[in-house]
Design a protein around this ligand. Structure first.
Ligand code: PLP
Length: 425
């Protein structure tokens, strides 16, 4: 535990607490605040809908923001005639995507397909279903007996486990064959690893091969773009860096930039039509799904991303951030790896650069670095356990996509000082 300063207000990439201390929101919370704090346009759009009708149940009504938002999203979501199911968190959209995959398979007459294959160090959410397809030992261990025992294959992690991309992807084929293709509904993965492995990317031939294997065995590919979607990595969707298409896409975190808890599941129109024809509607729903105020917030966020060309900004300023990190920290004896894309970067800290041995978890290096940066007015995101599920320290940066070069300089300067103060090498 630690003291939590009381926040007063936020503007752009900055937050101010009640004592007047200024923070750079260098991670947008946990990669949420994509268009910055205090955006009047989003507040106005939400207020307009709040005044019109704050809440209607999605079973009974649709709303203008919801219809226009879905139409606008269809332009940027790389699925044929996409349909959307709006929910309120990453965990919820992952749960929903798993159930949707099951229903798509049932509608195809594939009633045996109930297994969802996933990866060993991964995070898909806090609820029991999403945790069941996640692979963080620390988060799972108290509940192991309550989780569905879904197969986990090795995660791509070039820094610690250099491997050929196709070879890594072939683990999926082995797993499908071991469980029987007739029993496997889907494979779920983060296109670029988020919190568990701090922006680790697979080798370039990995995703192509995964797509091929999914096609070969009729397994649906669920791309968990909760963290990396909506422009964060310099393209709308992280999987687009490899020109690979998913069957189901889920996203949340930055979707409404934190102004509303919003997420969606997107699927191909043909798959949704097939469910409707074979089974009736998708068997899923919740009190706050398809929220009109959430749609207004999402729509206003999307408009800002497009009008201000923030996905391009993420690519350009993100490349600059990467260079700057490498220049400032690349030679530090405790920096093992600096990796990332767009405005999502991870720095992995090690006890020894040559052996890549991690610090023992008990030293809480990532947490200490986070605290040091926080005290110095920079908010970063941290994670522990990348090396083996327990040890291994990562600091992540994921600032609002509106950030400019001068602000990147400030951010990296504070982080560099924090690293030097905490780790003398
Ligand atoms: N999927 C990924 C890739 C995530 O990074 C997260 C959140 O950390 C989730 C799912 C779960 O999202 P939420 O915390 O909004 O439930």
């Amino acid at each position: 535990g630690h003291a939590r300063p009381m926040i007063d207000r936020g503007k752009g990439i900055y937050l101010y607490d009640v004592d007047g201390k200024k923070y750079i929101d260098g991670s947008g919370g946990p990669l949420v605040v994509n268009v910055g704090h205090g955006r009047e346009e989003i507040i106005a759009a939400m207020q307009e809908q709040l005044e019109a009708a704050a809440y209607v149940h999605a079973i009974m009504f649709t709303s203008q923001p919801l219809e226009s938002y879905a139409a606008k999203l269809a332009d940027i979501v790389p699925l044929t005639h996409p349909r959307f199911f709006f929910l309120n968190s990453g965990s919820e959209v992952v749960e929903g995507a798993i159930k949707l995959a099951r229903q798509i398979q049932m509608a195809r007459g594939e009633h045996g397909r109930q297994i969802v294959i996933c990866r060993s160090l991964s995070y898909h959410g806090m609820t029991l279903g999403a945790l069941g397809v996640s692979g963080r030992p620390g988060l799972r261990s108290p509940y192991l007996g309550m989780l569905h025992n879904m197969p986990h294959i090795r995660h791509p992690y070039p820094y610690r486990f250099p491997a050929d991309g196709e070879e890594l992807a072939d683990r999926l084929e082995e797993s499908i064959l071991a469980y029987g293709p007739e029993n496997v509904a889907a494979f779920i993965a983060e296109p670029i690893s988020g919190a568990s492995l701090g922006a680790a990317e697979p080798p370039d031939d990995y995703w192509w091969r995964i797509r091929h294997i999914c096609n070969k065995y009729g397994v649906l590919l669920i791309a968990d773009e909760v963290l990396v979607g909506m422009g964060r990595t310099g393209k709308w969707w992280a999987l687009q860096h490899w020109d690979v298409a998913a069957d189901i896409i889920v996203t949340s975190k930055g979707l409404a930039s934190g102004y509303f808890p919003l997420g969606f599941i997107a699927a191909k129109g043909a798959d949704v039509d097939q469910i409707r024809a074979a089974l009736g509607d998708f068997n899923h729903g919740g009190t706050f799904s398809h929220h009109a105020v959430g749609a207004a917030a999402g729509m206003a966020t999307l408009r800002i991303l497009q009008e201000e060309k923030l996905v391009d900004n993420a690519a350009r300023v993100g490349a600059y951030l990467g260079e700057k990190l490498i220049k400032s920290l690349g030679r530090h004896p405790n920096v093992g790896d600096i990796r990332g894309r767009g405005l999502f970067w991870g720095i992995e800290f090690v006890a020894d650069r040559v052996s890549a041995d991690p610090f023992p978890a008990s030293q809480q290096i990532a947490w200490r670095l986070w605290q040091r940066a926080f005290d110095s007015g920079l908010i970063v995101y941290y994670s522990q356990g990348c090396a083996d599920g327990l040890n291994g320290d990562i600091i992540m940066l994921g600032p609002p996509l509106i950030i400019n070069r001068e602000q990147v300089d400030d951010m990296v300067d504070i982080l560099t000082s924090a690293v030097h103060a905490e780790l003398s090498g």
